[in-house]
Structure formats: C-alpha cells, structure tokens
Design a binder for this molecule. Structure first.
Ligand code: IPE
Ligand code: IPE
Ligand code: MG
Length: 247
C-alpha cells in the first residue's frame, strides 16, 4: 500500500459556511482559515510531509462580492507582513503560485520578498496558490513554449508549469464537502489520490489530517498497471521528488 505522501495538496473550502453558521461575516471564516493553515503547516512538518500546496484564491473567486474579495486581499497582505518571519524560522520555503498580473505591486513585492527570504529553507515547501487556475497554468506554459517556438510535448509543457519545482501531489484533500476540483491543479492531479471530507476548513485539525493520511495509506497506486504488477514490484508509489531529482 502507498507509503506516506511526499506532496499533499489541499483545497481549503468551507470558510464561508463556517462563518455563516456562527452568524459571522464570511470574512471571519477566512480569518479563521488562516489560523487553520498555520496549524496545518506545523502538522505536516511533524508528519514528514515535504511539500504542501494550498488553494487560497482561485481565478474565479474575483466573482465574489467586492467586500469579500477585498477582505481576502487584506488577509493576504496581513499574512505576508506577519507570518513570513515565523515560517522562515521554522524552515519553510514559500512559493506563491498564480497569475500576478491582477495583483498590486505591493503584494507582488511581498511575494518576491517572502520567496527570497525563505529560498534556502528545505524542511517544507509551501506553495500558496493565489489567483491561480489550472487552465491559466496550462495556457501560460503553452504560451511560453509557443513564444520560443518549442514543440509542445508533455515534458516541455510540464517544465513550464508553475509547480515544475515539485513532483505532482500524491494526495489531494478537499474540505467542505464538495466533490470537485474547481480549476485547481488540472495537469498535476492526473494520478493524485483524491480525498474529500465534510469538515469545513476552519475545523480541519491534526486529527482530520490523520484521517486523510490514513485513507491514503490504504490506497494502491497503480499508474495504469495491474495490481499483480504492483505487488510484484513491491511498492505502488510514484517516484519520490528526491529520486526524480537524482534521476
Ligand atoms: C474557501 O472557502 C476559501 C476561498 C474560496 C477563498 P469558501 O469561502 O469557498 O467557503 P464556502 O464554500 O462558501 O463555505
Ligand atoms: C475553490 O473553492 C477555491 C478555493 C478553495 C480557494 P470555491 O468555493 O471557490 O469552489 P466552488 O465555487 O464551490 O467550486
Ligand atoms: Mg467554497
């Protein structure tokens, strides 16, 4: 059965419902969600997960009411100024993934500073997807190849995608009860194990993470092969990031 996942991706959904159930404004749920993410980062590090990729704001989330969008942008700005030092001290390497064209110069500068100040860290790679869409990612990668006149192959396109610095997610978790991908990592999820839970993101704690990891550990990853082939080869796991880098 599958070994512990190297790369976990999470669609952090359910903040709005968490707040609404408490008669709070939706943005209060997003605020709580930031705290949940901080605890989740620690829990991932304690469990030896090497890469955590989280969906914080989708290409489509601009369609929300203006006060919610500005609340989310404010939370991002606050987190950039308050949280980076602690993440840096804890050995987290930050990457911000997504289309920066629509973001303010100040936010882009915050992204660049956070990435530069944590660039030498190796304990956990934390990819924060903000103004990210899987379709955007594939199109921007294809456009780069087209501009250089490079033929489009899986390898060439994969190298231009915004998560080219890590292996694909082994496990995708979506909280909040919906069972859809919502334009998250469309290319990279090709062989990820999918796990959906009803827990709303602000309530997602270490025990909920362990349930997801427990489900993952019982999966047989076949990558198109037969179960007999996987048993004969001894492990159904995808190559780890380390073995990929060594190859
Ligand atoms: C996820 O929570 C956070 C973002 C999309 C920014 P939601 O805000 O989608 O919460 P629900 O799904 O409305 O409960
Ligand atoms: C996906 O959640 C995006 C994030 C968690 C950032 P949504 O709440 O936007 O997804 P839909 O609209 O329910 O599919
Ligand atoms: Mg939602």
């Amino acid at each position: 059965m599958a070994e512990a996942p190297l790369h976990v991706a999470i669609i952090m959904d359910g903040n709005g419902r968490w707040a609404t159930r408490r008669l709070l404004p939706r943005v209060a749920g997003h605020k709580q969600g930031v705290d949940t993410l901080k605890r989740c980062v620690s829990a991932c590090m304690e469990r030896g997960i090497g890469v955590l990729t989280v969906f914080a704001f989708s290409s489509e989330n601009w369609e929300r009411p203006a006060d919610e969008v500005s609340g989310l942008l404010d939370l991002l700005a606050g987190a950039l100024s308050r949280e980076v030092a602690e993440l840096q001290a804890n050995g987290v390497r930050l990457h911000f993934i997504g289309n920066r064209a629509a973001l303010s110069a100040k936010v882009c500068q915050g992204f660049a500073q956070a990435e530069a100040s944590t660039a030498h860290n190796a304990r956990l790679v934390l990819n924060i997807c903000f103004n990210y869409g899987g379709r955007w990612d594939i199109v921007q990668a294809a456009a780069k190849l087209a501009a250089r006149g490079v033929p489009i192959t899986e390898e060439a396109l994969g190298a231009e995608l915004s998560l080219a610095h890590v292996s694909p997610p082994d496990l995708l978790i979506r909280t909040g009860g919906e069972q859809r991908v919502s334009n998250f990592l469309l290319w990279q999820l090709a062989y990820s194990e999918l796990y959906f839970c009803d827990t709303l993101w602000p309530d997602f704690d270490a025990a909920a993470l362990d349930l997801a990891l427990g489900s993952f550990s019982g999966r047989e990853r076949r990558f198109g092969k037969t179960s007999a082939q996987i048993s004969a080869q001894g492990s159904g796991d995808a190559p780890t990031q380390a073995s990929r880098l060594a190859a």
